[in-house]
Design a protein. Structure first.
Length: 171
C-alpha cells in the first residue's frame, strides 16, 4: 500500500470555505502515525550512533575497536542527516505538494490553502514542518500550544496553520 498518490483536489467550483475542517482527534492520530513512520526510519541511525560511540569511547578495547567505533559513529551521523533530509522532504515539501503525509492519507484528511482549497505548495509545506521545530528549540512550550490550539479555535487550525494560511480538511 502506497501513499505516494496525492489526495484528490477539491471538485471544480468547490468553495474553500465549504471544505469541512478535520477534527482534532483525526489530526492527532495522523501525527502519531507520522511519528511512528519517522521513528522507524530513525532507528538504524540512532543505533549506529550509540554503538559507534560506545565502541569509540570504551577504554578497555584495543585501538582497532576504537577505529571501527568512530567509523560506525560517522556512518550513523551521515545516516541521521539522511533521515532528516528525507523527513523534510516527506513531511514538509511533499506534504505541501500533495496535501498529505502517511498519517493524513491513512485518516482521509489533507492540508489545503485556505484561499483556494488546493495543496499549498512545497515551500509552504516545508516551512510548516520547519518553523515549529525551530521555534520549539527556543521555547519548548510552543509544540504543546500548537498541537492543542485546534481544540479551542473555531476554524480547527493550529497556530502554524494560521502562520502559513493553511487548513487540514477531510479529503
Amino acid at each position: 500500500m502506497t501513499d505516494f498518490n496525492p489526495a484528490p483536489p477539491p471538485e471544480p467550483g468547490v468553495e474553500p470555505g465549504s471544505l469541512v475542517p478535520a477534527g482534532w482527534w483525526r489530526r492527532a492520530k495522523a501525527v502519531i502515525i507520522d511519528i511512528l513512520v519517522f521513528t522507524l526510519a530513525a532507528i538504524i541511525p540512532i543505533v549506529m550512533l550509540g554503538v559507534g560511540l560506545a565502541f569509540a569511547l570504551d577504554q578497555e578495547t584495543s585501538s582497532d575497536s576504537s577505529g571501527v567505533g568512530w567509523l560506525l559513529f560517522a556512518i550513523g551521523v551521515a545516516a541521521a542527516v539522511g533521515v532528516m533530509v528525507w523527513a523534510g522532504w516527506k513531511f514538509g515539501w511533499r506534504q505541501g505538494i500533495t496535501g498529505t503525509t502517511p498519517g493524513k492519507s491513512r485518516l482521509g484528511i489533507r492540508l489545503v490553502d485556505i484561499g483556494n482549497g488546493e495543496a499549498p505548495g512545497g515551500a509552504r509545506g516545508l516551512g510548516r514542518w520547519l518553523v515549529p521545530g525551530l521555534i520549539n528549540s527556543v521555547a519548548n512550550v510552543y509544540s504543546l500550544i500548537d498541537y492543542l490550539w485546534p481544540l479551542w479555535d473555531g476554524e480547527n487550525q493550529r497556530v502554524t496553520d494560521k502562520m502559513f494560511k493553511t487548513r487540514v480538511v477531510e479529503a
